[in-house]
Design a protein around this ligand. Structure first.
Ligand code: ADP
Length: 400
């Protein structure tokens, strides 16, 4: 039986998970993955193998009051039945916020969970759910080691000028600063780029994580120099349902003129804005690309415009750019979006190879393009599994 690491990425209404086999000295091998979706309504639990074939599936009726903890029980039971009771050796969690103090993966204990819960106001829609999953595993499998992997950690080295917000200093001192997110994804991409294009990886690269959440990261020699998300995961690009950067005066207007409460504004910024808010149709890029509605096109145009504009800003942070990497659902699969971004960035010397782009090839720029453009599939779960092994079993060190 393999020794397996379970990775958990717990959100408000879903838990994504993966099982990786621990293989000393190499990258952990993915055994299976899946998700529990629609928590709080009609939960749906599915596990797939490494090729995507369904291994098990379970649905609960709508109105089901099962919470995260109750829904982790069938997952742990399935793992025990599938792998045997001895084989699950640890759980690694994506924890969205490490604050100022935590910028390396760390073994979780009850005191640390209490400390990390104090950061919940900095990530109200993610941190409480991340920690609920930690508490649930502690309850269900008390002896099982758990490791926290922080989404902010990769950006820890950003310079003070980059992280500072122009607010009165007392707020900076209490932690109101830019942190950046999607760090596990960027760390994974930096590792793959070093394998696939080592010369480029040591240069100036802008990586674009374009999923439901979306951000850019400016990396120099594989380290984060700047990024588009800031104090929270609302900042930066237009996302599926999040607004991205916004004049704070707009928030004052909404509160003063429309009388919106803090809770109503929060809900609007996280859930009703972005591609969904602008199109009025969907947060799903596939739906928008297939639509002939003018509002769908306007949402796409804004999404692309803001990516290109932020690439310009990050190029300044890096003092130039040698490579652009597209990743996550839209970055890996939406060729028309990549083409439109590249077209807007022609001034940087970017030339897209249309055939390679349409084929989602690894290299989609032409040989004479001044900036190399690549597509790399991200795998945050693999990064979490790697960190978990390296924290708990340093002698079995996995390579990132
Ligand atoms: P999450 O941030 O939830 O992990 P993903 O990385 O899976 O999200 O990205 C989801 C986004 O990717 C959605 O907008 C979806 O429409 C888009 N997407 C997935 N496949 C395609 C595709 N073939 N063409 C265009 N967009 C796609």
């Amino acid at each position: 039986m393999p020794q397996a690491i379970l990775t958990l990425n717990a959100g408000s209404s879903s838990i994504k998970f993966a099982l990786h086999e621990m293989e000393p000295g190499t990258r952990p091998r993915r055994l299976s993955h899946g998700q529990i979706e629609d928590i709080g309504n009609a939960p749906h639990f599915v596990v797939r193998d490494a090729d995507g074939a369904t291994l098990t599936e379970q649905r609960w009726p709508s109105g089901s009051a099962l919470d995260h903890a109750a829904l982790l029980t069938p997952l742990l039971d399935w793992i025990t039945g599938h792998l045997g009771v001895e084989s699950l050796v640890a759980v690694g969690h994506r924890i969205v916020h490490g604050g100022n103090a935590y910028y390396r993966p760390v073994r979780l204990d009850p005191a640390l969970v209490v400390e990390l819960a104090r950061l919940s106001p900095l990530a109200p829609l993610h941190q409480p759910h991340n920690l609920a999953a930690v508490r649930a595993i502690t309850h269900l499998r008390p002896g099982l080691p758990q490791v926290a992997c922080f989404d902010t950690a990769f950006h820890h080295g950003m310079a003070p000028t980059v992280t500072r917000l122009a607010l009165p200093r007392r707020f900076t001192d209490e932690g109101v600063r830019r942190y950046g997110f999607h760090g596990l994804s960027y760390e994974y991409l930096a590792g793959r780029l070093r394998e696939q294009a080592p010369t480029l990886a040591s240069g100036r690269v802008i990586a674009a994580h374009l999923g439901n959440g979306a951000s850019l990261c400016a990396m120099h020699d594989g380290r984060s120099v700047d990024t588009t998300m800031g104090f929270t995961a609302l900042d930066g690009l237009v996302m599926g349902t999040r607004c991205g950067n916004l004049d704070p005066g707009a928030l004052l207007y909404l509160q003063q003129v429309h009388g919106l409460s803090v809770a109503a504004v929060e809900h609007m910024l996280y859930h009703d804005s972005g591609l969904l808010g602008v199109s009025g149709i969907s947060n799903d890029m596939r739906t928008l690309l297939a639509s002939s509605d003018v509002h769908a096109q306007e949402a796409i145009d804004l999404f692309v415009f803001r990516i290109a504009r932020e690439v310009g800003a990050l190029t300044s942070s890096l003092g130039g750019v040698d490579g652009l990497v597209f990743s996550a659902g839209i970055g890996e699969r939406a060729a028309p979006i990549r083409a439109a971004v590249c077209a807007r960035l022609a001034w940087l010397g970017i030339t897209c190879d249309d055939d390679a782009n349409a084929a989602n090839a690894a290299l989609i720029s032409t040989p004479d393009s001044r900036v190399q453009v690549r597509v790399i599939a991200t795998d945050e779960e693999s990064m979490i599994a790697t960190h978990t092994i390296n924290v708990l079993y340093p002698t079995s060190r996995a390579t990132p």
